[in-house]
Design a binder for this molecule. Structure first.
Ligand code: IFM
Length: 442
């Protein structure tokens, strides 16, 4: 029996555009994801978040299901264009009301809300003004965050500024596989810095608001292993580590960028102004770590922007093509503590996509997903035994949803959704998770 610390926050995570549907309802503006998914050729089968699992209309049913699973916490995100249809300026009250209803229903169900302020659905109107590549976004984001603190600060005590800034930069602006779909090397590097600045601003504004809750950020950490002991491969893995992981964690915790990055990118590296890094370095209360897999990296000229190539490993992989590697979670949690200090940590996402099917009795026996969870919970437990201050674990994800460019082809949920009927069915992994929560271990 592995027992977790008392009051461990067992939860699930989701994101607004992936679950809500009705993206333009009640005065909302369009988001970059609405635009992107409606652009032919961008998503699997042209799928969009127009309906998703209709959480917009069925949130009460979903929260009842969360209560049934025994969740202690729920990580959700707020859609910026529901609050600011034009990105800045005019506030759309029905947007705030929608999230207030969700937050109140969660509290009523005794589920602690963890609110992510930005999980990728930027107002389209801001993209028209340069989006994340425009440094003015630091002010825009600050205004939006302040509005949320003012309305929900009395009830929400756990805030996450951004979800996975590296993905916003890399997928959204470098390889263009996600919204806004740009291939702009120079912009991508500026986007990274502006994201960090916006994060720092939101933290400072939260302190200034007098909020007595906690605020942090969620960073996806992918440990880098080397394909061989050669000096070249070791250097490639270090570069990739700096580019994907430390480009975000170092400025937050150390107030500096890894030296290897400006050296590598040269003139393309953004102009970091005096004082910028002090702002980014504003103290946070916790770090959210998203962990899915590791990478085994080799040096290869022209592979990505840092000459780093992934070497596929034998062994189990999920539908995303990601290696199942639970030890990487243990390693990551220990590494974060050893490198950045003993800050409270949450696993704010971890989970797996596998094909699901109903058996004759109408059940989904998703044993591979269950095993994935079990092995990763064990890895997290090992980190706790090492003294890591891990406070909670949010499974990705509550219910099958819109997996970005993969549309609905990558189910990650503990709950299955029939997208024709909107019927929800708890999978075997969900039933198992309910027992884990009830026993605070397994
Ligand atoms: O679905 C995403 C989520 O939005 C961010 N983290 C990774 C998940 C799985 O790809």
């Amino acid at each position: 029996m592995l027992t977790f610390p008392k009051d461990f926050m067992w939860g699930c995570a989701t994101a607004s555009y992936q679950i809500e549907g009705s993206p333009m309802a009640d005065g909302a503006g369009d988001s970059i994801w609405h635009r992107f998914s409606h652009t032919p050729g961008t998503t699997h089968n042209g799928e969009t978040g127009d309906i998703a699992h209709d959480h917009y209309n069925r949130y009460l049913e979903d929260i009842a299901l969360m209560k049934d699973l025994g969740l202690r916490a729920y990580r959700m995100s707020i859609s910026w264009p529901r609050i600011y249809p034009d990105g800045t300026g005019r506030i759309n009250q029905p947007g705030l009301d929608f999230y207030e209803n969700i937050i109140d229903a969660l509290l009523e169900a005794e589920i602690v809300p963890f609110v992510t302020i930005y999980h990728w659905d930027l107002p389209g109107a801001l993209q028209d003004r340069g989006g994340w590549a425009n440094r003015e976004i630091v002010d825009w984001f600050g205004q939006y965050a302040q509005t949320l603190y003012a309305r929900f600060g009395d009830r929400v005590t756990n805030w996450i500024t951004l979800n996975e800034p590296s993905v916003v930069s890399k997928r959204g602006h470098l390889d263009g596989t996600q919204a806004p779909g740009l291939n702009d090397y120079w912009a991508a590097l500026r986007v990274s810095h502006n994201l960090m600045m916006a994060h720092g601003r939101a933290v400072q504004l939260y302190r200034a608001s007098g909020g007595d809750g906690k605020i942090g950020i969620t960073v996806n950490v992918t440990p880098q292993h080397t394909a061989s002991d050669s000096t070249e491969d070791v250097a490639a893995a270090e570069r990739n580590d700096a580019f994907l992981n430390r480009a975000y964690l170092d400025p937050i915790f150390k107030g500096s960028y890894p030296d290897v990055l400006p050296a590598w990118f040269g003139e393309a590296w953004p102009n970091v102004r005096e004082g910028d890094l002090d702002d980014v370095h504003s103290p946070i209360d916790f770090l959210g770590v998203n962990y899915y897999t590791r990478q085994v990296t080799a040096n290869k000229r022209g592979a990505g922007v840092v000459d780093a190539q992934q070497v596929k490993q034998t062994g189990d992989h999920t539908l995303m093509g990601w290696e199942v590697y639970p030890d990487g979670l243990h390693e990551t949690l220990d590494w974060v503590r050893d490198t950045y200090g003993d800050i409270p940590l949450y696993v704010t996402e971890s989970g797996s996509s596998f094909k699901d099917s109903f058996d004759d009795s109408g059940a989904i026996n998703d044993n591979r997903r269950l095993e994935y969870l079990q092995s990763h919970f064990s890895a997290a437990h090992r980190a706790i035994q090492d003294g890591v201050d891990l406070r909670g674990y949010f499974v990705w994800t509550f219910i099958d949803n819109f997996e970005w460019a993969f549309g609905y082809s990558r189910p990650f949920g503990l709950v299955h959704c029939d997208f024709d009927t909107q019927k929800r069915t708890i999978k075997r992994s969900g039933h198992w998770y309910r027992d884990v929560i009830a026993n605070n271990g397994f």
